[in-house]
Each structure stands twice: as structure tokens, then as C-alpha cells.
Design a protein around this ligand. Sequence first.
Ligand code: SAM
Ligand code: SF4
Ligand code: SF4
Length: 384
Amino acid sequence: MYHPPVAGNASTGVETHPLMPGPHPDAHAEPAAFAPAPAVAQAGRAAVAPAPVPPVDRLGRSIRDLRVSVTDRCNFRCRYCMPREVFGRDFQFLPRAELLTFEEIARLAGIFVDLGVRKLRLTGGEPLVRRDLHLLVALLAQIPGDPDIALTTNGSLLAAQVDRLRDAGLRRVTVSLDSLDDDVFMAMNDAAVPVSRVLDAAAAAGLSPVKLNMVVKRGVNEASILPMADFARERGHVLRYIEYMDVGNTNGWRMTDVVPAGEIVAAVDAVHPLEPLAPLYPGEVANRWRYRDGAGEIGVIASVTRPFCRGCTRARLSAEGQLYTCLFGTEGHDLRAPLRSPATDEELDAVVRRIWHGRDDRYSELRTLVTLDRPKVEMSHIGG
Ligand code: SAM
Ligand code: SF4
Ligand code: SF4
């Protein structure tokens, strides 16, 4: 076991585009589609004992991705995520003492890698507002099994930190950018941050290919769909369009605000013809499309109109150590208490296994034309 060294839908009724017929390729994947954890994650154990079997949940899904939120704070106030009237001056963010330390995060991440996780993604809130994030990346990079380490960021603070992050072992970065038009972008981020600050970061990243995430909201940034496609084609970035989701309870989501993925693909296809790409791995969230002229690809994350719960292999760890097994979860499972009790690695392993075995989440498959009426964790608390 790794010990870090101590360091400083179905019923949405939305029509799909002919390019997107039928359900998501993963929608009905059989449990057998999930391979056990690669031998490399178990290296070192096999000689003394049979490798432990990776846990599988009640719908036959294994655990492959861990998203780690390192803070619930952010320097943006995107209307669809942290509306200023809710996340204003008086909002009580987590006190520092509540946050997991980098060493605690790395220890938990090592346990998840032993359980089959292959990708660790740092997110937030805005992960780069947490000081010295590169020290966490360096700890994660020492986890045996060589997990893929990635970061999702709004990009505004990236240029100053990218060299240290890359040197520490960061492999990939996804930059969120909803428009190239300053007026539209600033209306969306509600923090007066211009597009140029994010673009500088994307250019400086030197981690290629940089992925761009664009949330599309009806009547707000639809006109940016094509300019963003053109921009990403020219720069060699991989663009992912994201359907606006009903995460949390504060963004006032309505189905009529969603631009269905089929409509987005049709808009791009009309100008730059596309053809579908096969999923790279079971549980891939984005539907991918290649430009027929060879100028790269786009993806669409259609969690509203084409739910992919059956292939969902993601767990999410909040900044204070709550484990969520669904983006739309109501409550997390406390890992910080056992971590600080202090539990042994074997005990923590057993806690996570028990949680995962009991998992039966499939919120997006159950959502209808309206968001389900129940309390949900905010996106800024557990990341995207
Ligand atoms: N602050 C970082 C950022 O914006 O990239 C990381 C955290 S943010 C919660 C992760 C992703 O979730 C971003 O790409 C963001 O656009 C997306 N997101 C936030 N709220 C969303 C919503 N209501 N629907 C769809 N995507 C959303
Ligand atoms: Fe901040 Fe990211 Fe949420 Fe925007 S989407 S408010 S940048 S956490
Ligand atoms: Fe996974 Fe929950 Fe999203 Fe379904 S709704 S894909 S279970 S996170």
C-alpha cells in the first residue's frame, strides 16, 4: 500500500440528431464489459497473496476514475454552477481545518488505485486556488501503478502554475471555456475574467492535447458553438460540449435551457462534416466525433439526453473527505473520520469496498423533463 511521504433519458422527450441514433453505446453494457484492474496496480502483492478482486457495484460497475475536489472555493461565479446570489460574501465555505491534507488525499488515492482506479482528476471548485497544488501532484505521481493524473480548471490561474504542475507529474489538463466572445464569457463567469486570460493559459499549458470543456446553455452561448469548434480545430485542442445539467439545487435548471447534444453535433456537422468514433474504453463519458477532413475531433457529453449511468465508473471525493458515488448524490460517505481515527490501509480499503458494493446510482436515467425534487450536492463541492 502506498504511503505518501510527508511534504510541505430515457424520458426527456428530446429528439436526437440522425448522427446520434439510439442509446449511448455504454447504456446497456453488460457488467462483463468491465475488466478487472490491470495487474500493474496489484504489482508487489501477487507474490505473497492472490490479488484482491476489485469491487463491483450493484449494477455491475467497477471503479475506474476518482475525481478529487481539493477546494469548494472558486474565483468565478458561473451562473450554472455557483450563482453569486447564493455563493456571495456570506456563503460559508469549508474552513481550512476541514479540508483533507495533501498527504491524506494521496493516501486515499493510493487505496483507490489499489481498488482499480486508473485516472485521478483534480478538480474543485477551482483547484488552482488551493495553494501549492503541484505538491499534491508530486505525491500522486509516486503512487505505484502509474495512474493517469489530470486537472480540470477554469484556466484563469493556470499560466503561472503550469510549469510546476507539469514538472510534478501532471499529464493532462482540461480547461473550461464557454465562449470566445468576451461579453458572453463574462456574463457566464460573472467574475469579469476576459477570454484572453484563459486562452493564454491553454496556449502555455504545453500538455497536449489540451481539452476544452464548453457548457452550452440555451439562449446564452449557443452562438459560440461554431466559433469554439473552429478555434479548437485550428489550435489542435480537443473540444467537449457539455449539456447543461441539473446538478445541485441552486442554478435554477430547466429542461428548456438544455441544448441537446444532437442539436450541437448537427450544427457542427453542417459546417464541418463529422463521423462517429468508437468509445476508447468502456464507460467513456463523451460521444466522440471525427472531422471527415481529418482536422481532429469533438466530443459531446449528453448526460441529460443520453444518460450513460450503466457505464459510470466514477467516484468523487470532496475536499473534506466525503465520498460521493454519483454527481447527483444527496449525501456523501465520510472517509475523513476513519482516515483520522486512524484506520489502517486494510480498514480503509474495506470501507471503500463496502460503499462501492452498495452503490446503485443512476440519477440521469431516472431524470425526466424536470429535475428530480431532492437535495443534491453542488457541483462546486465535488467537481464535474
Ligand atoms: N473550476 C473548474 C472548472 O470550471 O473547470 C473545475 C470544477 S467545475 C465544477 C468542472 C466542470 O463542470 C467544468 O467544466 C464546468 O463547466 C462544469 N459544470 C459546472 N456546472 C455545470 C452544469 N450545471 N452543467 C454542466 N456542466 C457544469
Ligand atoms: Fe468555478 Fe468551475 Fe463552477 Fe465555474 S464551473 S463556478 S469555474 S467551479
Ligand atoms: Fe454516474 Fe450518477 Fe452521472 Fe449516472 S447520474 S452517469 S450514476 S454520476
